[in-house]
Design a binder for this molecule. Structure first.
Ligand code: GLP
Length: 262
């Protein structure tokens, strides 16, 4: 696992944008896995800026989002399809026909297997962006999710519902179910980049990077991945026992241009 610790949330966004741009420069037709939540918003703003200044094009890129609420139509302001349109897609040259978000409206069992098939037909995901829940979830894979799970419906935990309550109006329906890529789906991605900022994520990051590999912390499954990068600000890194070593590895990488293994 590569752990990159930078000073601020802004630096997380810029560093993540550098990594995404590097991938797209090498392979403009990459398949990107995208995430929602507040953490990747600054990354999407950085990508939009780079698109506007002609440093980046998404015209050949295909995307697959991690998850979607069950029962919210794509036009609903709290749907993750709507979020992606507003936060990224409509501000760039990505081909709308090549953007995919799970379908939480029709027969979910069928749409889950169709989603897996679509990812496989696209050749698999090259680079998956992830956030992390305070309870260690990735996508909507809540604690206890099978480490080899594929796209399916999950029941959200009360703590996740509470954390995401802020996006819904007081009297608004908040779905308790979501359709999400599984942990197995995420582990199949060729590269994974998990972003976290702020003290509230410090414990989840500690369990993800240094805790035991356990379904109790779905993000710890990334310890099994050959090419996983965890990119955090100083606050989110504050629970890491070996943070000095991670910083030192990155210094060596900069100084010697020598990539330390994941
Ligand atoms: C939601 C999403 C996750 C995201 C998490 C954290 O539950 N399904 O993909 O990582 O929120 O969100 P935030 O970045 O707002 O803390």
């Amino acid at each position: 696992m590569r752990v990159i610790i930078v000073e601020s949330p802004q630096a997380v966004a810029q560093c993540a944008a550098d990594l995404v741009c590097q991938q797209l420069r090498q392979h403009p037709d990459s398949v990107l896995g995208l995430a929602t939540g507040s953490t990747p918003v600054a990354l999407y703003q950085a990508l939009i800026q780079r698109y506007r200044s002609n440093q980046l094009s998404l015209s050949q890129t295909t995307s697959f989002n991690l998850d979607e609420y069950v029962g919210l139509p794509p036009s609903h302001p709290q749907s993750y399809r709507h979020f992606m349109e507003e936060q990224l897609f409509r501000h760039t040259d990505i081909d709308p026909g090549k953007t995919h978000v799970p379908d939480g409206m029709s027969d979910t069992e069928q749409s889950a297997s169709a989603y897996e098939q679509a990812i496989s037909d696209a050749g698999g995901i090259d680079l998956q962006i992830l956030g992390i829940g305070q309870n260690g979830h990735i996508g909507f894979n809540e604690p206890g999710s099978s480490l080899s799970s594929r796209t399916r419906v999950k029941t959200l935990t009360p703590s996740t519902l509470e954390a995401n309550r802020r996006f819904f109006a007081d009297d608004e329906f908040q779905p308790h179910l979501a359709i999400t890529m599984g942990i197995g789906t995420i582990l199949d991605c060729r590269q994974v980049l998990l972003l976290a900022t702020g003290k509230a994520k410090a414990e989840a990051i500690r369990r993800c990077v240094e805790g035991p590999l356990s379904a109790a912390c779905p993000a710890s499954s990334l310890q099994l991945h050959q090419h996983a990068t965890v990119l955090v600000d100083a606050d989110a890194a504050s629970g890491l026992e070996h943070s000095e070593y991670y910083r030192w590895c990155e210094e060596q990488r900069q100084r010697l241009g020598h990539p330390s293994g994941h």
